[in-house]
Design a protein around this ligand. Structure first.
Ligand code: PHE
Ligand code: ZN
Length: 869
């Protein structure tokens, strides 16, 4: 097999040609779709008068016509290959190219370009899908005005949608019709979109701050209108929020969202015509969990916010992806914080960052938020580019303050509106507005890996002396000498006796620094408050100090962090005990018991927050800090600690569970989210206790559940406690929900993630043959295979290697039609460098089979990085 080509940031060159306007006619016919494209080209200023070749990207299509300035192009003046069309020796500085080509959306299972989702047709062009629709210079710095005319059968496709404003429509013979759209804003090809189909439409309007009326339309499968309310509310909230917080108004008179079932990602910010995975659009109380509701709000916000950060100002090249994604994630996080509970949102975001991004960054796929090379750009839509990227933006926000940050955003739009720019440009705008020197800060864009801050303190009289040292994991990239990170680090000092505290924002800029603080008594440091920097902190905490922080730290994130450290400490002791004695410990340490009791009794914290404080670190996060993790032992110890706590505090959990069952009205408020979260948390401990009372609580919880948050939690508890597939609880769910694909996806996910190891692989093989399992639709593939490999750790990592073989065989199948989903599934193997020899050997042989089988570029890139370990 030929090794795919690597693309380097340092090789960036602007395009020789600009395309000022694009006129597309897309004729959707039964067997294929005919695309006619009329492109106005211009040579770049400096190249006028030169004779140049023109290279256009194009894949999976048939060229049927090519005209240059109205004349057919003779066959010796151009060449077509599998991925491009080249025209030779163009002397004209400006010219018009007319291209006709055929594509076949119904056979497109990669879901890039124009494809079929159920009976509908839709597009996905980011990052490089436009080249599967027609020949084009498919890169984000080539920006054009688009006009799109769509033609199709009127009964099958009554709705024909594209970007911008609808400028005409009409009927044609044979029951066909046409609709024409024009987008007045210049945009890169990746923001182009088209949809054809029959839908139900939810309609509303929004009045902008300057008084313009915007039509809002959400297109969903027939019969799903009742599930669009929350998405519509979220859209209006997003529009208002961006006006208030950033002074940014929507710029077209129509905003459309289309929900489809087949989609590779969450959603896509195409100008004026977002296309969403239906998971992030449709919800009602019966079928959606509280997390679904929160995710919908966040994703609707995210895509809406892209209209300014992404669309109006876009990326020069794909290495700059974090320019739009990091910034837009930061914006959607802020939006959710303002809509819900800021403290809880921060805990959730950091939890996810630590579990998923820190893991990514400590394995073979580690890369800086602005990568310097790639084989397949689709592999870089990562936690690092998105979520660590958002943390980097958040650090700028912390360093310069929110007022300056707002000025910096204004500056960014003043300088770059309508342009395709770089991350440097963004930081420069922030520097100009705040007058703060961020040159050293820019190192965050180049450095992969999570740094550690090693912190040691000593008290000298009325002074606390704090030594801070930065440590970086080794990197294979060459970084310039002195590329030391600059970061904000928020520290609280909590007086041991009075519990009074002071707070300090430190700026860390050197490898080793010492800070001094005046104190009046003995203090406990509360470190990295609010998770001000995305780093590990190494500090020798005493358990008693953590217990004090857990009870009195006024920073909710640090308080959460302190409880997690306590659990970590206990779990690790129990693991050691198991290793030493071969038995699970049966006792609870008295200090720990006391701390847990205090937590349960705490009445003045919000219930969501409380349920997070009660949550043990996941098995995933426990394996992370370990070299050669013993998955089986971790699983057993985790369950055992839950069981002991469940038994010890059974009365409290029972009582609380019952009290929370009295809430009857369904509301989407932080308070109601908290009540349901805590009720579920109580059930977890009750079921773990294994007591009769616990099992009765489960039956009652499940039978009486009137919302999906509680119902699915009950189902998971049955599955995790080993219920067979035929168990009435599992079958009842199936019968009740078989008509609702989004709920069935939850059923498949829960079974994949929670089925005990002894049954897991057999069960997966049964599930993938279920008639409701749609084996070409990404949501289902992720539900079964990724839930298994990422959340059912002890089963996937079984020493026999059977889990690895199973998943690698599935990856191979998926890679045959959808490389993006296959390569995401391949990331299941990212723990390879942390495994013991036996497991690593099994993993290697599974991976080697995959590379030998002629994989896609996407899968090749990921798998070869694992094998290089
Ligand atoms: N740009 C989309 C987002 O972050 C994600 C996406 C990438 C969707 C590539 C589809 C394909 O909102
Ligand atoms: Zn995005």
């Amino acid at each position: 097999m030929q090794k795919p080509k690597t693309i380097y940031l340092q090789d960036y060159k602007p395009s020789n040609f600009e395309i000022t306007s694009v006129e597309l006619t897309v004729d959707i016919q039964n067997r294929f779709t005919l695309v006619s494209s009329r492109l106005s080209f211009k040579k770049r200023e400096e190249l006028r008068g030169k004779k140049l070749n023109l290279d256009l990207n194009g894949e999976s299509m048939e060229l049927i016509g090519l005209k240059l300035n109205e004349e057919n192009v003779p066959s010796d003046r151009f060449q077509v290959s599998a991925d491009r069309l080249t025209l030779f020796n163009l002397v004209e500085d400006e010219f018009i190219l007319e291209i006709q080509n055929k594509i076949d959306p119904s056979s497109n299972k990669a879901l890039e370009g124009l494809y079929q989702s159920g009976p509908q047709l839709c597009t996905q062009c980011e990052p490089e899908g436009f080249r599967k629709i027609t020949y084009f210079i498919d890169r984000p710095d080539v920006m054009s005005i688009y006009k799109t005319k769509m033609i199709a059968d009127k009964t099958q496709y009554p709705f024909l949608l594209s970007n911008g404003n609808r400028i005409g429509s009409g009927d044609l013979p044979d029951g066909r019709h046409w609709v024409e759209w024009e987008d007045p804003f210049r945009k890169p090809s990746y923001l182009f979109a088209m949809v054809a189909g029959d839908f139900d439409v939810a309609r509303d309007t929004f009045k902008t701050a300057s008084g313009r009326k915007v039509d809002l339309e959400i297109y969903v499968d027939k019969g799903n209108l009742f599930k669009t309310g929350h998405a519509m509310e979220s859209l209006k909230e997003s529009m208002k929020w961006d006006e208030e917080r950033f002074g940014l108004e929507y710029d077209l008179n129509i905003y459309m969202i289309v929900a489809v079932d087949s989609f590779n990602m969450g959603a896509m910010e195409n100008k004026g015509l977002n296309i969403f995975n239906s998971t992030y659009t449709l919800a009602d109380e019966k079928s959606a969990t509280d997390h679904d509701f929160q995710n919908i709000q966040a994703v609707i916000g995210h895509e809406y916010f892209h209209n300014w950060t992404g669309n109006r100002v876009t990326c020069r090249d794909w290495f700059q992806l974090t320019l739009k994604e990091g910034l837009t994630v930061f914006r959607d996080q802020e939006f959710s914080s303002d809509m819900l509970s800021r403290a809880v949102k921060r805990i959730e975001d950091v939890m996810m960052l630590k579990e998923a991004q820190f893991a990514e960054d400590s394995g073979p796929l580690s890369h800086p938020i602005r990568p310097s090379s790639y084989i397949e750009i689709n592999n870089f839509y990562t936690r690092t580019v998105y979520e660590k990227g958002a943390e980097v933006i958040r650090m700028i926000h912390t360093l310069i303050g929110s007022e300056n940050f707002r000025k910096g955003m204004d500056k960014y739009f003043e300088l770059y509106d309508g342009k395709a720019v770089t991350t440097e440009d963004f930081v420069n705008a922030m520097e100009l507005a705040s007058k703060k020197d961020l040159s050293q800060f820019k190192n965050w864009y180049n450095r992969p890996g999570t740094p550690t801050l090693v912190i040691r303190t000593k008290q000298e009289g009325d002074e606390l002396v704090m030594d801070v040292e930065q440590k970086y994991p080794p990197t294979t990239l060459s970084l310039s000498e002195g590329s030391i990170l600059h970061m904000p680090f928020v520290v609280g000092l909590l007086d041991k006796t009075t519990h009074q505290e002071t707070e300090h924002l430190l700026e860390i800029k050197k490898l080793k620094e010492t800070f001094r603080f005046k104190v009046t008594g003995e203090v406990i440091p509360s470190l990295n408050r609010g998770f001000s920097a995305p780093v590990y902190v190494d500090y020798p905490f005493q358990i008693s100090d953590l217990i004090t922080l857990m009870s009195f730290d006024s920073d909710p994130y640090s308080r959460y962090e302190a409880t997690q450290k306590i659990y970590d400490y206990v779990l690790k002791n129990e693991l050691n005990y198991l290793k030493a004695t071969g038995k699970l410990s049966e006792t609870l340490e008295s200090d720990f018991q006391e701390a847990f009791r205090i937590l349960l009794g705490n009445k003045d914290i919000d219930l969501s927050f409380k349920s997070y404080l009660l949550e043990l670190p996941s098995e995933n996060s426990l394996t992370q800090e370990m070299d050669r993790p013993d998955f089986e032992a971790i699983h057993l110890v985790h369950k055992n600690l839950q069981k002991k706590l469940g038994l010890q505090f059974q009365d409290w959990f029972l009582d609380q569970h019952e009290t929370l069952s009295e809430v009857s009205r369904f509301e989407l408020t932080p308070k109601a989210f908290g009540q349901r979260a805590l009720k579920n948390q109580c059930l977890t401990y009750l079921v773990a206790s294994g007591s009769e009372a616990g099992l009765r609580a489960l039956a009652h919880h499940y039978e009486s559940a009137t919302n999906m948050t509680e119902e699915i939690h009950g189902l998971k508890m049955y599955i995790a406690s080993g219920a067979p597939l035929e168990h009435p609880a599992i079958q009842k769910f199936y019968q009740k929900w078989k008509h609702d694909s989004l709920v069935m996806i939850k059923w498949f996910s829960s079974l994949a993630a929670f089925t005990p190891k002894s049954e897991a692989l057999t069960r997966l093989s049964v599930l993938e043959k279920d008639p409701l399992f749609l084996n070409q639709v990404p949501n289902y593939l992720r539900a079964l295979y990724l839930q298994f490999s990422k959340n059912n750790l002890h089963a996937f990592h079984d020493v026999s290697g059977a889990g690895y073989d199973f998943i690698s065989e599935r990856i191979k199948l998926i890679d045959g039609f959808n490389p993006q989903v296959a390569s995401k599934a391949a990331s299941s193997f990212s723990l390879i460098n942390k495994l013991d020899e036996k497991r690593r050997g099994h993993m290697r042989s599974s991976l080697e089979k995959l590379v030998r089988g002629n994989p896609s570029k996407d899968t090749f890139e990921v798998v070869s990085k694992f094998l290089a370990q």
